[in-house]
Design a protein around this ligand. Structure first.
Ligand SMILES: CC(C)(COP(=O)(O)OP(=O)(O)OC[C@H]1O[C@@H](n2cnc3c(N)ncnc32)[C@H](O)[C@@H]1OP(=O)(O)O)[C@@H](O)C(=O)NCCC(=O)NCCS
Length: 159
């Protein structure tokens, strides 16, 4: 099945919200945020999140979501967050399409590297990222929403 990926605009905030909340409900241990936190965001917050960053959805209605953001403190770095594919659609290449879209955005935005954090033990996600050219940097940190869990940084060079 083909799930075209498109960049969301602020007017897509309702679809972005619905998909992101599904992701947080489906995989609460995978993200450095919580369903309760983001359920409380108002329309203006969603619009700002979308316009300040690069949100991509696969399919319409969306079956996957990914987001590119600036890397704090690194003008040449970009960061991949919020990767999620609907459970029934996993293993179909949707993750590849989403990462391709974020990589294309990062390159066009002048980024030279794309980083992400993946929770230790999330083997499926880590394998997916390894297949897509990310390698572990060796950096680890507690997951902000659950310091009993650690996450590892992965990096893909874009040039
Ligand atoms: C992470 C995610 C986006 C990847 O999308 P996907 O469609 O599942 O990814 P793929 O099937 O293309 O790749 C997963 C890899 O893990 C492997 N895999 C599948 N099930 C697995 C399992 N139970 N344990 C370990 N590896 C597994 C697959 O074989 C594949 O590896 P391969 O390419 O070497 O064959 C998706 O699983 C997801 O949304 N997970 C929940 C949210 C999440 O964890 N997000 C990541 C936040 S950093």
């Amino acid at each position: 099945m083909i799930h075209p990926v498109r960049r969301l605009t602020a007017d897509d905030w309702r679809a972005a919200r619905a998909t992101r909340l599904r992701a947080l409900a489906d995989a609460p241990g995978a993200f450095a945020s919580t369903l309760a936190r983001e359920e409380a965001f108002d329309e203006a917050t969603w619009r700002t999140r979308i316009t300040d960053n690069a949100w991509f959805a696969a399919g319409d209605p969306a079956v996957g979501l990914a987001c590119g953001i600036p890397e704090p403190g690194d003008a040449d770095g970009r960061h991949l967050v919020g990767m999620w594919v609907e459970p029934a659609r996993r293993g179909e290449g949707v993750a590849d399409l989403l990462v391709d879209a974020v990589v294309a955005w990062a390159r066009a935005d002048g980024g030279r590297r794309l980083a992400l954090w993946v929770v230790d033990g999330n083997v499926r996600a880590r394998r997916c990222y390894e297949r897509l050219g990310f390698t572990l940097t060796g950096e680890r940190q507690p997951l902000p929403t659950d310091p009993s869990v650690t996450e590892s940084r992965m990096l893909r060079h874009l040039v």
